[in-house]
Design a protein around this ligand. Structure first.
Ligand code: IVH
Length: 696
């Protein structure tokens, strides 16, 4: 007997007006998302509305109407593209919204139940894959030639986007002769994060130049969808897309000579051998424990991957078991998507503050009602600068979409205009520094306002100290922002050298400072005195002098005094230095008080080994330019970059004919394609190590 529902008899039925409202909202948002590629709410919000409607309909099936958004998946195709009826429907996947380990346990338990496996039966073998955040694509090959590419659409009928898909370098146009006569490969078209950032940068430039009809994209998936459904293939070609294969559609049956894959994993391996990109993160997992481990392991890498994923997918590996389990409506029973926390969420703006950076840059920052995004609680999101803040027109009290993906700082993507309160006031950039009151100026051609207070401004002083003390500069362990706030606010530290005049007593006298901690800081300061020239130079916080430029200057000139006195012409001889950097160095060292700071730091005992100019000790990779792409097996990108730079090489961000080598790891994307296209040599991590050992 079914458990009696204790509540429904006491509660009035659902309000029909509310149900109608939910449906109208879902129709509207589905149209924005699928047809216009301009979502107005984050996926998580759409899912929430969808689940609410689904729950009402589950409890009251009599309310279901044939046109309810729950009765159809996807959206209607755009008129401009021809419709394609899929030979085999494109299914969707059941989603396990429980982002904890139990999501994997639930799935494994259900699979075992449906297969009638007892407790003693062996573990079920699964394939675990990332759930790529792009759009599903069906690629149809006839006698080895790509004849059609179609979007998923509503699962039955999609759109013919063949022209645009042909521009995706990673998708083979021809297959080797062992591919079957009819083959449909399914997978995800997506945009890499670096390609997305670069595209938006280009879009912002076009907007700044006053080009009409241009816009920035809210996230990589949205940009990918826009590119795929771009009516002009020439424009589509400028929007770099990537692809991962994860399944099949129609295929020549085994009885007619087609392949007979015993497992999903075997199928993926074969697709790879035919030239399709298959993610290196795809793995076999046995039983719930290994599924959980996979979910966690990929979750830890999520931020550092080159592309967005919104979860992982588990699939029963054996194709025989898949057939045995079959489907419910449009979802296979042998697969599930196990989500990660969403990377976009809705929240409200409590205020807009202006923060002052180390070089005086004023950044508008939205203070948010705390919201859990991409696995962390976010309370601040950057609005970048005056133009961006104005373009997005974020106002206090607004409901906004915040996004946090990868290592980038959280940002406000857009405002939900419908929800704006009547009296929300427009944000304007202040004309004076909010911290020290000095004039704030925006120079011609610059995007940012800057406080002109210099080290008179306590905000700039604090940032300058934190910059000098950071791990990548001279590294004073334990000197964090709270402590620096106290030291500057109490006027104990006015300039950098004051740091080394801090005694145990002055530290121990501070609020909430135990003797032990004070001693640790004293020790850390002592330790930081022995440093290197590049770290010291970077730590001075000269505008435009990043780590790489500091290293280049140090190895070119060898000695600090030589750098301080170098003429602009001499500075320009350094590989990494252009006119802006040269000017910035000269301006800095032409100021007597900056030279004074350097002298005092030296007098306090800060030392480094000086070297000879690079010309006398040529480096093994001098003059060579490298581009690093993808995930290397053991080295982080920063480590590889350090090793290359130490050997005299330059590390650039994009591939051109001038690139000497591309260092490629797993999931390398468009940069690798570009290298192959231009005939640039490609090496892997092992190759790099050989090169450094051998001194090639
Ligand atoms: S398999 C029979 N594998 O998620 C199962 N889908 O609702 C068909 N997706 O529209 C899909 N990564 O766009 C599968 N590794 C993966 C995936 C994946 C992303 C997307 C796909 C599909 C949606 C499922």
């Amino acid at each position: 007997m079914a458990t009696p529902d204790l509540f429904s008899s006491q509660l009035p039925g659902p309000d029909p007006a509310h149900v109608a409202q939910l449906r109208a909202a879902l129709h509207h948002h589905a149209h924005q998302y699928y047809v216009l590629d301009e979502p107005q709410v984050p996926d998580a919000e759409y899912d929430r509305l969808f689940r609410e409607l689904q729950a009402i309909e589950d409890a009251h099936p009599e309310l279901i109407t044939p046109d309810s958004p729950t009765q159809r998946v996807g959206g209607k195709p755009l008129d401009a593209f021809a419709s394609v009826r899929h030979a085999v429907p494109m299914l969707s996947i059941r989603t396990e919204t429980d982002t904890e380990a139990s999501g994997a346990q639930n799935f494994d338990a259900r699979v075992r139940r449906e297969l009638g496996l007892g407790e003693d039966a062996p573990l079920v073998e699964y394939v675990a894959e990332p759930k790529f955040d792009g759009l599903a694509m069906n690629l149809r090959y006839v006698r080895g030639v790509l004849v059609q590419a179609a979007t998923r659409g509503d699962g039955e009928t999609g759109e013919d986007v063949t022209q645009n898909i042909r521009t995706v370098g990673q998708i083979p146009l021809r297959l080797p002769s062992d591919a079957p006569p009819v083959l449909e490969v399914r997978g995800e078209v997506y945009m890499r994060r670096d390609d997305f950032e670069a595209l938006n940068e280009r879009q912002r430039e076009k907007i700044a130049q006053g080009m009409k009809g241009e816009k920035t994209f809210v996230n990589p998936r949205n940009a990918a969808a826009g590119a795929v459904r771009q009516l002009d293939p020439a424009i589509a070609a400028q929007r770099p897309l990537s692809f991962f294969a994860y399944g099949l559609g129609e295929i020549t049956p085994a009885e007619q000579g087609g392949p007979d894959f015993k497992t999903h994993f075997e199928m993926l391996g074969t697709l790879k051998s035919w030239g399709f990109p298959v993610s290196a993160l795809v793995n076999i997992a046995r039983g719930a424990t290994e599924l959980i481990a996979y979910h966690q392991c990929v979750g830890q890498q999520r931020d550092s991957l080159g592309f967005d994923i919104d979860g992982v997918v588990y699939k029963v590996n054996s194709t025989a078991l898949q057939r045995q389990m079959g489907f419910v409506t449009r979802e296979p029973r042998w697969a599930v998507a196990h989500k990660y926390p969403a990377q976009e969420q809705l929240t409200t703006v409590l205020g807009i503050e202006v923060q002052v950076g180390r070089t005086g840059k004023l950044t508008p920052v939205a203070k948010l009602a705390p919201v859990f995004v991409g696995g962390v609680t976010v309370t601040n999101a950057t609005l970048h600068n005056e133009d961006e803040a104005r373009r997005k027109d974020v106002r206090v009290g607004d409901t906004v979409i915040v996004r946090r993906a990868g290592d980038v700082i959280p940002e406000v993507v857009s405002v939900l205009i419908d929800k704006r309160v009547a009296d929300a006031s427009v944000f304007t950039m202040p004309r004076e520094c909010p911290v020290c009151g000095s004039a704030a100026v925006r120079e011609e051609g610059e995007a940012d306002y800057r406080c002109t207070g210099g080290l008179f401004c306590s905000a700039q002083r604090k940032q300058a100290i934190l910059h000098f003390a950071q791990r990548r500069a001279v590294e004073v362990e334990g000197l964090g922002d709270k402590l620096v706030d106290q030291l500057v606010d109490a006027d104990i530290i006015k300039t950098l050298p004051d740091l080394y005049r801090l005694g145990f007593a002055s530290l121990a006298a501070l609020d909430r400072m135990a003797d032990k901690s004070a001693q640790n800081i004293v020790d850390a300061l002592e330790k930081s005195k022995r440093t290197t020239l590049p770290r010291f130079l970077f730590g001075l916080g000269i505008r435009h002098i990043g780590e790489a430029t500091a290293k280049a200057l140090a190895s070119h000139f060898g000695k600090l005094d030589v750098i301080m006195d170098a003429t602009p012409e001499q500075l320009l001889e350094v590989a990494d230095v252009g006119p802006i950097v040269a000017q910035s160095l000269r301006t800095f060292f032409d100021q007597p008080h900056n030279r004074e700071v350097v002298e005092q730091l030296r007098a306090c005992g800060v030392t480094w080994e000086e070297g000879e100019p690079a010309a006398i000790t040529p480096k093994s990779l001098a003059g060579k330019t490298f581009v690093i792409t993808g995930t290397l097996p053991t080295l982080s990108r920063d480590e590889a970059k350090d090793m290359l730079e130490a050997a005299g090489a330059k590390v650039a961000g994009s591939v051109s004919k001038k690139t000497s080598y591309v260092l490629a790891g797993a999931e390398a994307g468009s940069k690798l394609d570009k290298a192959l296209e231009l005939g640039v040599a490609v090496i892997d991590e092992a190759g790099l190590k050989e090169m450094l050992d051998g001194g090639t």
